[in-house]
Design a binder for this molecule. Sequence first.
Ligand code: BTN
Length: 328
Amino acid sequence: MHSSILKSKLLDYLNKQFPQYVTVDELSQACACSKEFTQVILNTIISDGMPLEFSKNTCRLSNPIMSKSAISANLHTKYFGQEILLLQSTPSTNDHIKENMNQFNHGSLLLAHEQTVGKGRLGRAWSSPAGKTVSMSLLLKPIDQTLDYALLTQLAAASMIKALSHYVAATIKWPNDIIVKKRKVSGILTEAEYAGNQLEGIILGIGINTNLDYENIPEDIRDKASSLKILSQMVDPNLIISRFLNYFEHDYQDWITTHRTEPFLEICRKHSALIGQDFWIMTDKEKRKASIDGLDKEGALVITYLDTLETVHLKSTHYSIRSETGYL
Ligand code: BTN
């Protein structure tokens, strides 16, 4: 058996047994492979940095990890996630799709246990340690080129709020941060890919800090970022992914057929981490304080600058929004 197939079989078996410990004997029987080869593959899983823990002659995962079959088992979609590719590691799932565009179809989902150069908005880095985070990119190949696809970030944010509601009450820090207890637990990066001036596809990239421990959060962002495990409880990434895809496909189909933005924008308003408060609105050039008044029907953030009392609709996402004390 090819080692990458055996590796995913072993990981799936360990995942199904979670939180039980299993012996190498049991693993080798479950995967129909010699004990020696099973041990070799276990060693590569360790060197991949996957969360595997040992006790005497047994081992187990420290938390549930992503699995294609576990996602598919709870999926009720027609397109989204019907094709899933799960990689151990890639620089960035968004870039991986961009570079291999013709290998993916509308609704294909690319997942990675680890990203080595994960990207956030405004060129920021996004940290995705192996087996403790979700890095996913969904490819959309829209037929109707007249819709404002910048709205996809907010459509996805609304679906993510619903998917996470089974675990926690989350809010949205416009335009793309998902917040729990004033800390970012998930971020969305929507990128359009063009061939000439023809839209080839839109890549919806989502990172979720599912089961990170405190020491896995980079020191310089510990006041801003956290994980669902730290703030709430250990979570099953597969349930979050399938729930997200179920909600997102339904809401996406509704939007492209009716063109109604209110169903998802109303969720974004209701779950806003900003509306009704004052924040610093920052660009490269300036920093001004504003009251955050709402979200208009185009998904623009409506703010009033407190120095001039001028009301502005922020559509571009090239702003950083900060509170008096820091992130929120
Ligand atoms: C942000 O918070 O600014 C957006 C973070 C988006 C991270 C996800 S992880 C999957 C996909 N691949 C990337 O390189 N980035 C997105």
